[in-house]
Design a binder for this molecule. Structure first.
Ligand SMILES: Cc1ncc(C[n+]2csc(CCOP(=O)(O)OP(=O)(O)O)c2C)c(N)n1
Ligand SMILES: [Mg+2]
Length: 333
């Protein structure tokens, strides 16, 4: 049965919408578990959670095809899960174990998967944007019609390298979708305090790039915008900008006291705009899924996340000798 919402042009089957629900829930529960493990001292260093932003990456992954590429910042666990990377190996990397994607030597912000075309995980704000354009350049150079999703934040959007990349990407018609995940804050700085031109996607006009603003708490709106952007890039029309309005429920990282916003502000978003509740409501009110079916999904996700945590805790830490390996690329490989 087709589901249509007046504000959301993406029309998907009940089965597909249920899959979006499942994928968003996987990210939510995985991140909650990562937060717990961090609290227990099992995860060291920085850990940036994606809770609240799940509809962004799930909606865009629904618009992607095999071979498309993705690259993002340090807030990267959701992107990895959404493109099908292994929860066990992600959690093991968070806890610094050998079974992790970077053999326990990269941590939360530095994971990659050639198989899933996931190019990181980058700790330097905005650095992934020119790299993303480079990935798109490679596809264009080789005559491939694959596209690259380059995700970055509202804070990163103010960086010089982002503007340089916009300029070159359009000059060379690169098939790159610039995804601004506008979660309203860059660390403790509200987007309203950071710029006098708050419509971030409109800046693309200065370089001749088309784009649009998207409701990032509605996975169907994101999917529809993703389809438009992918079509634009895949048909050789150059880059596209999506400014996706979203909200992060947790602090910037696990060590953020969050004194720059009120509890009421966060609570209001959680209770009125939660992207997972939104889909749940559509599924239940339209009788597209039963309470029992959704409960079974909850149970399945809990199992996956608990297994990942178990795997991460049981896996060994790398030997000290591993400090001397994987430092430079083996060009013979
Ligand atoms: C070049 C650089 N400058 C500063 C930092 C410190 N820093 C880390 S995250 C961040 C805020 C970025 O905010 P935004 O782009 O909105 O992404 P979000 O964290 O909200 O996902 C800053 C300033 C950094 N990592 N790299
Ligand atoms: Mg931000």
């Amino acid at each position: 049965m087709a589901i249509r919402k007046s504000t959301t042009p993406a029309e998907v089957s009940a089965e597909t919408l249920t899959r979006y629900y499942r994928n968003m829930l996987l990210i939510r529960r995985f991140e909650e578990k990562a937060g717990q493990l961090y609290g227990m001292g099992l995860i060291g260093g920085f850990c940036h959670l994606y809770i609240g932003q799940e509809a962004v990456v799930v909606g865009l992954e629904a618009a992607a095809e095999e071979g498309d590429k993705r690259i993002t910042s340090y807030r990267d666990h959701g992107h990895m899960l959404a493109c099908g990377m292994d929860p066990n190996a992600i959690m093991a990397e968070l806890t610094g174990r050998t079974g992790g994607y970077s053999k326990g030597k990269g941590g939360s912000m530095h994971m990659f998967s050639k198989e899933k075309h996931f190019y990181g995980g980058h700790g330097i704000v905005g650095a992934q944007v020119p790299i993303g354009a480079g990935l798109a350049f490679a596809d264009r150079y080789r005559g491939s019609d694959r596209v690259t999703f380059a995700y970055f934040g509202d804070g990163a959007a103010n960086q010089g390298q982002v503007h340089e990349t916009y300029n070159m990407a359009n000059l060379w018609d690169l098939p790159v979708i610039f995804v601004i995940e506008n979660n309203q804050y860059a660390m403790g700085t509200s987007v309203r305090r950071a710029t006098q031109s708050p419509s971030l996607w409109e800046r693309g006009a200065a370089y001749g790039i088309k784009g649009q603003e998207v409701d990032g708490m509605d996975v169907l709106a994101v999917k529809a915008a993703g389809d438009t952007a992918v079509h634009h890039c895949r048909t050789g029309k150059g880059p596209y900008i999506l400014e996706i309005k979203t909200y992060r429920y947790r602090g910037h990282s696990m060590s953020d006291p969050a004194k720059y916003r009120t509890r009421e502000e966060v609570q209001k978003m959680r209770s009125e705009r939660d992207p997972i509740d939104h889909v749940r409501n559509i599924l239940l009110s339209g009788k597209h899924a039963t309470e029992d079916a959704l409960k079974a999904i909850d149970k399945e996700i809990k199992g996956i996340v608990n297994a990942a945590a178990e795997f991460a805790r049981e896996n060994p830490e790398p030997e000290a000798s591993e400090l001397w390996t994987d430092i430079t690329a083996d060009l013979q490989a």
